[in-house]
Write a protein that binds this ligand. Structure first.
Ligand SMILES: [Mg+2]
Length: 342
């Protein structure tokens, strides 16, 4: 391990901070705050902290209306089990309005009720996920961003792009979709099963406010749900700083996630369906951007090369990648002890 230099010389009563060591590809940061009480007395306030490389760029997507114009239940489940969409959603609305259900628990209950005599297994739900279709450019964009956008210099620094999906829809359907092979982790609502493996009860419901928890899971690298995301973690130990994250969502249900991104220095994009003849989809985004000041960027849900959304995502990824490299250069500079001149 090479010693770094002390920066910010202090005289009596001033604070000096020593940091930025380079060792085996990891940044080893000495966070010790050295209080110089006088010219002869020095005390260490904090111990050394090893930090992680922080070279991952995470793009996090909502699913319904963000990656697909069709609600996943309508596309993958209703036609197979003969469920009438208008009856289904009307029953859900009644549970929410008259009985105070959460939206997600309402749709999970109505689904279980509708499938009473023919409840599928989670494996069957995963099979049905193959029926899901997406906005133009998907899933190809997922692969393109991983493979073609990272420059040789970014690659040399180990910088990579990862995709995550956080949905209030059904995790098993997305797991079985054509998107799944490109996604590091999918978070969504889940069903428990009975002794015959048939779905029987909601096991996990992710509401739009709870979705923010999963941004922190990605930030802290706590992707397994048995890990307590509320545990304190030093920013230097978080594998994906919020500044390395981009959130893509479609409307008011994504506002909590937009807010978390904004407060923590991340990026966010609100997308709309350009083929919605009512313009409702566009108006939601317009409100979020123009009047509510929730997001800076809105774009049509078109993920093909050259589209507005694709240009935004590519520019953000490149900007984050360049910033990671610049920070490393700064760290190196700060950690280099100049040889004495004669
Ligand atoms: Mg949505």
């Amino acid at each position: 391990m090479h010693a770094g230099c002390l920066s910010g010389a202090g005289a009596g009563g001033f604070r000096m901070i020593a940091r930025h060591f380079s060792w085996s590809g990891l940044r080893c940061r000495l966070e010790s705050e050295i209080l110089v009480a006088n010219s002869s007395a020095i005390c260490l306030k904090h111990p050394e902290i090893m930090s992680v490389p922080q070279n991952t760029i995470a793009i996090v997507y909502d699913y319904d209306q963000t990656l697909s114009p069709i609600y996943m239940q309508e596309e993958a489940i209703f036609p197979v089990f003969g469920i009438d969409p208008s009856h289904f959603w009307k029953r859900c609305a009644e549970l929410v309005q008259k009985q105070g259900y959460d939206h997600e628990l309402a749709y999970m209950k109505v689904l279980l009720d509708c499938l009473e005599i023919d409840r599928p297994t989670n494996a069957r739900l995963r099979e049905l996920g193959a029926r899901l279709t997406f906005y133009p450019g998907l899933p190809e964009m997922f692969e393109d961003l991983k493979n073609t956008l990272i420059t040789p210099e970014h690659a040399a620094h180990g910088i990579r792009v990862e995709h995550y999906i956080v949905s209030s829809g059904m995790k098993e359907l997305i797991e079985g979709s054509r998107l799944a092979p490109y996604v590091r982790k999918i978070f969504g609502c889940e069903f428990a099963t009975d002794e015959h493996d048939r779905i029987t009860f909601p096991k996990r419901a992710i509401s739009h406010t709870q979705k923010t928890q999963f941004l922190f899971r990605i930030n802290k690298g706590m992707l397994e749900l048995d890990q307590d995301v509320n545990d304190h973690m030093d920013p230097a130990l978080r594998p994906v700083p919020f500044q390395n994250m981009i959130y893509v969502g479609d409307g008011p249900t994504d506002v909590p996630c937009f807010t978390v991104m904004r407060r923590n220095g991340g990026q966010a994009i609100a997308v709309y369906n350009p083929e919605d003849p009512t313009r409702t989809s566009f108006k939601k985004c317009y409100q979020l951007c123009t009047h509510a000041d929730r997001v800076k960027n809105i774009a049509p849900s078109d993920f093909r090369a050259g589209s507005h959304l694709r240009l935004l995502l590519e520019e953000m990824v490149l900007e984050i990648g360049n910033r990671i490299i610049q920070r490393r250069r700064d760290d190196f500079e700060a950690g280099t002890v100049k040889a004495p001149k004669h």
